[in-house]
Design a protein around this ligand. Structure first.
Ligand code: SF4
Length: 307
C-alpha cells in the first residue's frame, strides 16, 4: 500500500499546469503534530502495510520542518521507502542535499519542463528555476547513496509536448546514470483546468508526438509512460505504459466493455472526459500476443505479432 502525504501549503514555483487550486499557498507551516493527525486519519491501524510513502506538494522541501518530518517518518515506517516529489530547486544547495541524503531510505522524483531555461522557466513562471533544478539533480546524483534513486518526470502539456524529444535527448546525455525517466500526460485538475487554454493537450495530439520518442524507449529500458488509456497509443507502446491513476479518479465507458484490454487499462481521467468527451476512446480488438505480468501497475510486459 502506498501512502501520499501532501505538503500543499507552500511552493517556490508557480507552474502553469499545477494540479493544486490557485490559492493553495498558506503561511502556516505543516508541523509534526499535524502530520501525526493526518496519519491517524489516513492509515490508523494499517501502518504495517505501508510499502512506500510519497511526499507531494506544493513543494515538500519548502517546509521549515522538512528534515524533522522525514526523520519521524523513517522511525515510524522503518521498512518503507520515502519518495520526495520535488521541483528540485532546494537541492541546488549542497548542504541541504547532504542533509537529505544522510536521512537514509529516501528517493527523489523531480520534473523537468524543457531542454533549456527558456522553455522550463515558461512553465514554472520563475526565472532561474531551470538552472536550480538541473543543479539539484546533479548534486543528488553525485552525493547519493547506492540505494537512493532519482527519477525525472516530463509532464506533457501544450507547453512541453513539442519539445519532448529534445528534452529527453538532452537529459539522457546530461544524466546518463539517471535511474528512470517518466513521461506523464497531464492531469486536468486545479490550475491545469483554470489555465486550460494554455496547457490544453488531447490524447490525439499526444499520440503523434509519442512516435518520435519510440527510438529512445527501445534503447533505454528505464523510460515509462504514465496516465495513458491503452487505446490512445499504438500497441508497440503498451509495454512502457504503467497503470498510475487511482480508481476513484477514472471512469470506463459502456463501449469499454467490448475492449479486449480493459482489464489492463487504467481507464479515463474523469475530468478529461468532462472536458473533451468520449470520442477518442475506442475498444481495442488486438490480435497480438500479450505477455502479462502479475504487477497491477505494469500489466503488459511485451507485445508480439502472432505469426
Ligand atoms: S476502450 Fe476503454 S478500456 Fe479499452 S483501452 Fe480505451 S479506455 Fe481503456
Amino acid at each position: 500500500m502506498h501512502l501520499e502525504i501532501p505538503f500543499w501549503n507552500q511552493c517556490n514555483n508557480n507552474c502553469v499546469m499545477c494540479t493544486n487550486p490557485p490559492n493553495f499557498r498558506r503561511e502556516k507551516p505543516i508541523d509534526l503534530a499535524s502530520i501525526k493527525k493526518y496519519l491517524k486519519w489516513k492509515i490508523g491501524g494499517e501502518e504495517d502495510n505501508i510499502k512506500s510513502i510519497y511526499l507531494t506538494g506544493g513543494e515538500p522541501t519548502m517546509q521549515p520542518n522538512f528534515l524533522t518530518i522525514i526523520n519521524y517518518l523513517q522511525k515510524k515506517f522503518p521498512v518503507s521507502r520515502i519518495n520526495i516529489l520535488s521541483n528540485g530547486r532546494r537541492f541546488f544547495y549542497e548542504d541541504f542535499t547532504k542533509a537529505c541524503i544522510a536521512l537514509g531510505k529516501v528517493s527523489f522524483i523531480i520534473p523537468v519542463h524543457g531542454p533549456d531555461s527558456k522553455s522550463h522557466d515558461a512553465v514554472t513562471r520563475i526565472k532561474g528555476s531551470f538552472e536550480q533544478t538541473l543543479g539539484g539533480i546533479e548534486n543528488i546524483l553525485s552525493l547519493r547513496r547506492p540505494d537512493q534513486e532519482i527519477e525525472i518526470r516530463l509532464v506533457a502539456t501544450k507547453f512541453t509536448h513539442k519539445n519532448l524529444r529534445k528534452t529527453l535527448d538532452s537529459l539522457l546525455k546530461k544524466f546518463p546514470t539517471i535511474h528512470r525517466i517518466v513521461i506523464i500526460f497531464l492531469e486536468y485538475e486545479g490550475q491545469a483546468v483554470e489555465n486550460l487554454k494554455s496547457v490544453r493537450l488531447t490524447y490525439s495530439d499526444f499520440g503523434s508526438d509519442l512516435k518520435e520518442l519510440m527510438p529512445y524507449l527501445r534503447k533505454y529500458k528505464n523510460i515509462r509512460l504514465y496516465h495513458l488509456p491503452l487505446c490512445t497509443v499504438s500497441e508497440e507502446f503498451w509495454p512502457f505504459v504503467w497503470r498510475t491513476l487511482g480508481e476513484d479518479e477514472v471512469a470506463y465507458l459502456n463501449k469499454c466493455d467490448k475492449c479486449k484490454v480493459k482489464e489492463f487499462c487504467l481507464g479515463i481521467h474523469k475530468k478529461y472526459l468532462e472536458l473533451f468527451g468520449p470520442k477518442e476512446f475506442r475498444p481495442v480488438q488486438t490480435s497480438h500476443a500479450l505477455k502479462i505480468s502479475d504487477n497491477y501497475h505494469h500489466p503488459i510486459i511485451s507485445v508480439e505479432k502472432k505469426s
